[in-house]
Design a protein. Structure first.
Length: 60
């Protein structure tokens, strides 16, 4: 499926909010928990790393 250039360019130029970054981070963390890749002792460290990565990727 091909989308029109107008839709694509407006989506690309939309600012990424802190709320959206947090939602994306949450979804990644939930998926890690579901597949057994995240244990409680590593939660804080992993959450911080995922959040930083999502933020850097979204804002660059």
């Amino acid at each position: 499926m091909s989308s029109s250039p107008e839709k694509t360019s407006s989506a690309v130029n939309k600012p990424v909010t802190d709320e959206l970054i947090m939602k994306i981070t949450k979804e990644v963390i939930v998926k890690f928990i579901e597949v057994g890749r995240l244990s409680p002792p590593k939660f804080a460290e992993t959450f911080t790393e995922v959040h930083r990565t999502v933020k850097e990727t979204a804002r660059n």
